[in-house]
Design a protein around this ligand. Structure first.
Ligand code: SF4
Length: 342
């Protein structure tokens, strides 16, 4: 039974688990990316100021006594709102939740570049001071194949404009998005775009081909070939190694990532991050398969977990049973398990 007296969208960033959620738009104004099923079949709309104000009032009543420092505006792109209306929402929100220090939203590059630098400044001054950008790749070839509807140049322009306005930027990258054909371009060109933006945060996710997605159709028709787990870590190594001159916080932070321990601050932690990739890549094949399947089965979180006797015994039982039944389907199973992670 839904007891929440205000409307909520289906998703929020991992980093916003403790945040107040207020819905300004429904669905995504683009909704055509090949890998994404987040808002599939959900028509896009901008909620009216009246509806949003009522929801903020209901949320203030519902959460009475709770102190929020952060708020995330759902769904896919609040920048599609008229600047004056977005600013009005931010002011109303702050008047009802005066302890808010950070208000964040997803922002599409194509929408943000339609705002002027002074509008971005006004939005930031009104309180929207953190942006989550689904950059996914810095390679135009990958962006095109994934129907992302944007280019590396637009991603750089929008992110730099938001940064200049004073917003914190978190860029999401999807490991494995280039498939077997474009993985090197994907890694190098993504790093080069990130080098130009120098975002505050870089958050990587690993591709899982979702049922019903356009990418699933590309796999079926042979246009896209997913990489092995090992190759995706080689790709991540190339990405990290090409990152240069930045001061970003870098993290594998989603359950779908194989090496959750790969987190650190650039530039000082770059050698540590590379060492984590090298440690995985240097594992003997049997150990690499063991850790990879154990992680995909949800029995390990990080490589050191294989030394925990309880975890290891559980993983050995599950993995040997899997390998007895499906000895040649390790990569397919990993890909399917990645696709199930939300
Ligand atoms: S990835 Fe982002 S921009 Fe693309 S369809 Fe999904 S929500 Fe929209």
């Amino acid at each position: 039974m839904n007891t929440c007296p205000f409307e909520l969208g289906p998703i929020r960033p991992v980093d916003e688990a403790e945040s107040l959620l207020i819905r300004t738009t429904r669905s995504c104004p683009w909704n055509r990316c090949e890998f994404c099923v987040n808002y599939k079949g959900m028509p896009f709309s901008i909620r009216s100021l009246d509806e949003i104000r009522k929801d903020i009032e209901a949320a203030a009543k519902f959460h009475r006594g709770r102190t929020f420092r952060t708020c995330f505006l759902q769904d896919g792109d609040s920048f599609v709102m008229k600047t004056a209306e977005l600013i009005e929402v931010l002011a109303f929100l702050k008047s009802h939740f005066p302890t808010l220090q950070r208000i964040s939203s997803y922002g599409r590059a194509q929408t943000m570049i339609r705002k002027s630098p002074s509008e971005m400044q006004e939005i930031c001054n009104a309180g929207l001071n953190k942006l989550y950008c689904g950059m996914e790749s810095g390679s135009d070839a990958v962006l095109k194949q994934m129907h992302k509807g944007t280019t590396a140049a637009d991603i750089i322009k929008s992110a730099c404009m938001a940064k200049a306005a004073g917003m914190d930027i978190s860029e999401f990258i999807i490991l494995g998005l280039g498939g077997q054909e474009l993985w090197q371009d994907h890694a190098r060109e993504t790093a080069q775009v990130l080098n130009q933006i120098n975002p505050h945060y870089i958050r990587v996710l690993t591709i899982g081909v979702k049922p019903g997605s356009g990418l699933e159709e590309q796999v079926r028709t042979g246009k896209y070939h997913f990489q092995t787990e090992k190759n995706i870590i080689e790709e991540q190594r190339l990405l990290i190694n090409t990152l240069d001159g930045i001061t970003s916080n870098y993290a594998n932070h989603h359950m779908v990532d194989l090496l959750m321990e790969a987190r650190g601050q650039f530039p000082q932690d770059k050698p540590k991050l590379l060492a984590i990739m090298d440690r995985y890549l240097a594992l003997p094949e049997k150990d690499r398969i063991h850790y990879t399947l154990g992680k995909r089965f949800g029995l390990y979180q990080k490589m050191d977990d294989v030394h925990n006797e309880t975890y290891r015994q559980r993983a050995e039982t599950a993995i040997s049973s899997f390998l007895n039944s499906y000895p040649d389907q390790i990569e397919e199973a990993c890909q399917q398990l990645r696709a199930q992670v939300v």
